[in-house]
Design a binder for this molecule. Structure first.
Ligand SMILES: *Cc1c(COP(=O)(O)O)cnc(C)c1O
Length: 373
């Protein structure tokens, strides 16, 4: 059987929760979504608002729009991220402005951001690559000094800590993804977590076609008929079915975090002394690792790929730099670190249902591959 790169872990409680929603017959956005939002807010410490939407990409788009990001504006973003981050920005009408990342962490480089800021810069979107929050505080200092908001793409890091604080419990506006393979899943889904109440209200309205205060109506079991719409909105709300899966998953977050940490720790212990391998993550303290990418010299990587293939171990490449994609190419300059990472990166399997022995086996394949002849 193939060892999968990533997958969800769905148990009896998720299935039962969905069945209950189906039996109740209220499938759209209602009570379950409201409860998931309250439970997420209390999990994160209770001060920020949580607004659930149909995907992580939708969360990023609506968060930016809530800050009035649109045509003619620029949003600074690492080139080395999933295309979702870029598409969310361009969906607002704004231009994604790629910058390079740090080789060590894959995190957006603060100095590169500072060098690219100008009058058109309307937001900065750091990505928590491989669940790291790196020097996010320094980005908030920059935001404080310039008035340019930070919208965090924390799709990789739900359930993790940044130092002593939970990711999503500090900062201003943080977006999570609950798609099928993320740290917790709703099937598909996402959330905007924000300490800014005006942003929260704008996202709430925007996810329901811009119908003002429709969220409040739906949570009390009714809907709006005689309403007003004063700006562009989208059909980006979350359904009760997806929320029910998310609620069951949120109950299991500690279990998920422990297992992901344990598996990532096996990778680190097994691979950290290999001269031909560079890790992104070596300090796992507090994080809930979503993926386990490593860097291997480009001349050795294809051999490792062949050997993993042969042993039926799936692998991936997080990520192809976005400035190399046709749609975003006219923005193109060269970003040497992102391009080097694209040549060297390979992502090894990491998900809740893997066992320690699976990870040991994968490490053995990788080590034999790079050290053999
Ligand atoms: C998954 C992901 C997203 C988008 O989330 P979806 O829920 O799949 O839309 C955005 N950014 C990054 C880095 C991701 O990994």
């Amino acid at each position: 059987m193939k060892t999968r790169l990533s997958k969800s872990s769905i148990g009896a409680s998720e299935i039962q929760s969905v069945v209950e929603v189906l039996k109740k017959g209220y499938l759209g956005m209602g009570e379950e979504v409201s409860k998931l939002e309250q439970e997420l807010a209390s999990y994160l410490g209770g001060t920020a608002s949580v607004v659930c939407v149909s995907s992580g990409t939708a969360a990023l788009q609506l968060a930016l729009e809530a800050y009035d990001v649109g045509e003619g504006d620029e949003v600074i973003v690492p080139s080395f991220t999933y295309v979702a981050t870029f598409q969310a920005i361009s969906a607002t009408g704004a231009t994604p402005v790629p910058v390079d990342v740090e080789y060590d962490s894959g995190f957006i480089s603060l100095t590169e951001v500072q060098a690219r800021m100008n009058k058109k810069t309307k937001a900065i979107m750091p990505v928590h690559y491989a669940s790291s929050c790196r020097n996010i505080e320094q980005f908030y200092d920059l935001s404080e000094a310039t008035g340019i908001p930070i919208v965090e793409d924390a799709a990789h890091s739900f359930g993790g800590m940044c130092g002593q604080r939970k990711i999503g419990s500090f900062g201003e506006t943080i977006c999570f993804s609950f798609d099928g393979i993320k740290n917790i899943t709703c099937g598909e889904g996402g959330a905007v977590v924000t300490a800014n109440s005006a942003v929260a209200q704008r996202v709430k309205d925007a996810r329901l076609l811009g119908v003002e205060k429709d969220t409040e109506q739906r949570y009390s079991g009714s809907r709006s008929w005689d309403f007003d719409v004063s700006r562009q909105g989208w059909r980006y709300h979350m359904s009760n079915i997806n929320a029910a899966i998310g609620r069951a998953q949120l109950h299991r977050i500690n279990e998920f975090t422990q297992q992901r940490q344990l598996l990532a720790k096996v990778y680190v212990d097994e691979l950290k002394d290999e001269k031909k391998i560079n890790l992104f993550i070596d300090n796992l303290e507090g994080i809930c690792p979503h993926i386990f990418p490593i860097k291997i010299d480009a001349s050795l990587r294809s051999k490792v790929e062949t050997d993993l293939d042969h042993e039926e171990v799936e692998f991936g490449y997080h990520y192809k730099p976005n400035h190399l994609l046709s749609y975003f190419k006219d923005l193109s300059q060269s970003f040497s670190v992102s391009e080097l990472l694209w040549d060297e990166v390979i992502t090894l399997p990491l998900h809740y249902d893997l066992k320690r022995s699976d990870v040991e086996r994968i490490c053995k394949i990788v080590k034999e591959s790079i050290n053999g002849d």
